[in-house]
Design a protein around this ligand. Structure first.
Ligand code: UT7
Length: 338
């Protein structure tokens, strides 16, 4: 018998405003054809002006709690992953905690970009395995549309991102039959900070070594917008997520043939297609959402899990591997018996 984490509920929220590729053509000097060919993305969702990252997180969390049948007062740890926080400090988890009215429990921000979900899940799993916490809410929320350079200068990045939130509820369970009882089998997280500037947002920040944290000059330079070496990130994403998928299986004595469904972080449909080709995975083994929601950074995998549950594609007993890669570079896996 071993104490393990069970995912007992999922939820997601996408804002109501749909932004088609055509809507970006003029402002970004791009085309629907370029975006579809290079990324596979057809549309994404953008938040309303009166919505914040923690507002999106709240809606996804409420749905996850409802699907889990858990009262918010039963949650004893709150982890929120985001790269687009409500404010510079305190963390957005604190703002979400206030909105949920669950004071006293720890509310922690996870700042691991596209790896945010795997990192947060891994942290939740360690706390559950040690018996420290029993019911954990992991929520990933991104509001990119207000943080992007929406001019032709930023078009390589601005076309791929979308807003949205995804959440899961984990509960501690005694596992006596690991092949059949749902639980998180393993998580593994990695980073390589030597590549931090391949995908990053330079400002505002102390390392810019200006007289003040924010100056008009900095804003004109555009240091407040994310920057990416797209091709370098693309090729490393394919290689690293392929390796992580294999790591998730081989470190647990499993093979590709045992896998029922894979959830990759999705920045670009061509990345998961390239992984599928490299590893000879059939199309139906990869759950894809990027066409309809774009790249939602940390929220990609939990939104994908909720989508697959609601479509009846993700069923009890399945072996699923979740793999993410992104800025940092950070990456990792979570192998789960659903
Ligand atoms: O989520 C975290 C991880 N992120 C990723 O994994 C993203 C990985 N990278 C990518 O998905 C791709 O690199 C992008 C979709 C971001 C860019 O595609 P690309 O094929 O690598 O384009 P590029 O940046 O190398 O640019 C190729 C050409 C350039 O024109 P020239 O110099 O060849 O004339 C760009 O100016 O495409 C041009 N371009 C665009 N044209 C129209 C770049 N962005 C656009 C655009 N619309 N949006």
């Amino acid at each position: 018998m071993a104490l393990r984490s069970q995912i007992i509920g999922t939820g997601s929220y996408l804002p109501s405003r749909v932004v088609m590729n055509k809507d970006l053509e003029e402002v970004l000097d791009t085309s629907d054809e370029w975006i579809q060919q290079r990324t596979g993305i057809l549309k994404r969702y953008w938040a309303a002006q009166d919505e914040s990252t923690s507002d999106l997180a709240l809606k996804a969390s409420e749905k996850a709690l409802e699907s889990a049948g858990v009262d918010k007062k039963e949650i004893d740890l709150l982890l929120l992953a985001t790269v687009t926080p409500d404010h510079e400090f305190p963390g957005s988890a604190c703002f979400l905690q206030a909105k949920m009215d669950i004071p006293g429990i720890p509310a922690i921000d996870v700042r691991q970009q596209c790896g945010g979900f795997i990192y947060a899940l891994s942290m939740a799993d360690q706390y559950i395995r040690t018996g420290t916490y029993k019911n954990v809410l992991v929520v990933c929320s991104e509001l990119h549309s207000r943080c992007l350079d929406l001019t032709p200068r930023g078009r390589n990045l601005s076309v791929i991102f979308g807003d949205g939130a995804g959440a899961i509820v984990l509960r501690a369970a005694d596992i006596t039959d690991p092949e059949n009882q749902p639980h998180v089998i393993s998580t593994k997280i990695h980073s390589d900070g030597s590549q931090a500037k391949e995908l990053w947002c330079p400002g505002p920040g102390t390392a810019l070594k200006r007289k003040e944290r924010v100056t008009m000059e900095m804003l004109e330079e555009g240091v407040q917008y994310p920057q990416m070496n797209g091709r370098a990130v693309f090729s490393r994403a394919v290689r690293t997520m392929s390796e992580s998928l294999l790591e998730s299986l081989t470190s647990n004595g499993k093979e590709l043939k045992d896998l029922n469904l894979a959830f990759f972080h999705q920045a670009n449909k061509r990345i998961s297609e390239a992984i599928g080709k490299t590893m000879s995975l059939s199309d139906d083994l990869i759950h894809s959402t990027v066409e309809d929601i774009g790249n939602t950074t940390s929220a990609t995998i939990p939104i994908g899990l909720d989508d697959a549950v609601r479509k009846g594609k993700l069923k009890k007993g399945m072996l699923i591997s979740n793999v993410a890669f992104g800025s940092g570079f950070t990456w990792g896996h979570a192998l789960i018996r659903w």
